[in-house]
Design a protein around this ligand. Structure first.
Ligand code: HEM
Length: 354
């Protein structure tokens, strides 16, 4: 190749390594070639490439939210929104991609399945790093004992340590919690002109006292116990747990959701909304993967030595990270009933960094 000719397509993309990395075991001497093993390898590799890109984007988001001050007026927050949206689009694609595996029948899979043992997607380091970066802790996983296995099907010690050490870094969930807690929405200086609609019998902020009364009025008789859930979610002063938001953070998040139509809240709203979508598409993928697995191996144990479909079903139910955000919809009230915000609040927030 002429060294002055600039880049060459395959060299730039490292295609030699990538395209020589499909080595079906069934094609090795002594085995019977199984045609579909090539698809099985390629689809996993394609997933891993996209996981790499997702991690790259999430890492950026984590760095921005790790800063002492997250400036609303810098390009940072806008880039976070943009890159989280990219993560969402990739996850959408990964949801579709699994359908390609439907072209492989259970009998096709059986032709090479035993050769894989005890490897499985369970051991995907990058998938676990995506989960850990978002905020899923090993302790909170379904069948956490599986993650600590040192026997067949578990992680090798190096991968285990990588996941563990990432867990000791602040997660996106924790950083978002801190960001929301710092929102200055309820500082008394912004609420001098606010006219409470209801008498405030508690020490609560006048906005929340009004909002609680409006929410209560919006509930049907059957829904009235939701008021206790409201109090438990917003009216205490508890700190965040590792896998939840604090009440102060939830108040800010609900406020942003309610007043999202004001330009000053748009960007923050979209960031929260993208995080909900990330959870949504990840759960969608887990479900599609589970349905595919049921068809492929029925109720057999997985090559990775878990209970198989039973384990995956539990993970679908339990492995949400931003449940606190998605469940905020329970506490919304109609737009036309929302308290009118004081002008000084809207004016000031337009220029605030939090
Ligand atoms: C024939 C196709 C497939 C079958 C039968 C299958 C089966 C399974 C089973 C049974 C598990 C549970 C762990 C175990 O005991 O093995 C699992 C986990 C997993 N698989 Fe697959 N899988 C298939 C394809 C894929 C593909 C294409 C990916 C893409 C990366 C993937 C990624 C994963 C991941 C990330 C987990 C862990 C899920 C979690 O913990 O929530 N699998 N798979």
């Amino acid at each position: 190749m002429n060294p002055n000719a600039g880049q060459y397509y395959s060299t730039y993309l490292g295609l030699e390594q990538i395209l020589n990395s499909q080595q079906p075991l069934s094609f090795k001497e002594g085995n019977t070639p199984a045609h579909d093993e090539m698809l099985f390898i390629v689809i996993h590799q394609a997933y891993e490439l996209w996981f790499k890109q997702i991690l790259f984007e999430l890492d950026f988001v984590r760095k921005v939210f790790s800063k002492e001050v997250v400036d609303d007026n810098s390009e940072d927050l806008n880039l976070c929104r943009h890159r989280l949206n990219r993560v969402v689009k990739i996850l959408e694609l990964l949801n579709q991609q699994i359908t390609i595996l439907d072209t492989m029948t259970p009998l096709d899979f059986l032709e090479f399945r035993n050769l894989l043992t005890p490897a499985s997607g369970f051991q995907s380091l990058q998938f676990r790093l995506v989960e850990a970066t978002l905020g899923l802790k090993m302790e909170n996983r379904h069948h956490k004992d599986y993650y600590k296995r040192t026997n067949e099907g578990g992680f090798d010690p190096q991968d285990y340590n990588s996941i563990h050490s990432l867990e000791s870094e602040p997660t996106i969930l924790q950083l978002i919690n801190r960001w929301l807690e710092r929102m200055p929405f309820f500082d008394s200086r912004y609420w001098n002109s606010y006219q409470p609609a209801f008498q405030n019998e508690t020490t609560t902020h006048p906005f929340w006292s009004d909002y609680r009364a409006l929410y209560k009025a919006s509930l049907t008789e059957r829904e009235l116990p939701k008021l206790d859930d409201f109090d438990a979610a917003f009216m205490r002063e508890n700190a965040a747990q590792v896998d939840t938001l604090s009440d102060a953070a939830r108040r800010s998040a609900l406020f942003i959701m309610m007043y999202r139509d004001f330009p000053v809240f748009q960007l923050s709203f979209q960031i929260l909304d993208k995080l909900i979508e990330v959870d949504h598409w990840l759960a969608g993928w887990r479900h599609k993967h589970l349905v595919m697995v049921r068809r492929m191996i029925g109720m057999r144990v997985g090559t990775g030595n878990t209970s198989g479909a039973g384990y995956l079903d539990g993970a679908v139910q339990q492995h949400y990270v931003f449940r606190d955000l998605s469940s905020l919809s329970t506490f919304l009230i109609e737009r036309k009933k929302m308290p009118v915000l004081p002008k000084e609040l809207i004016r000031s927030l337009g220029f605030a960094g939090v």
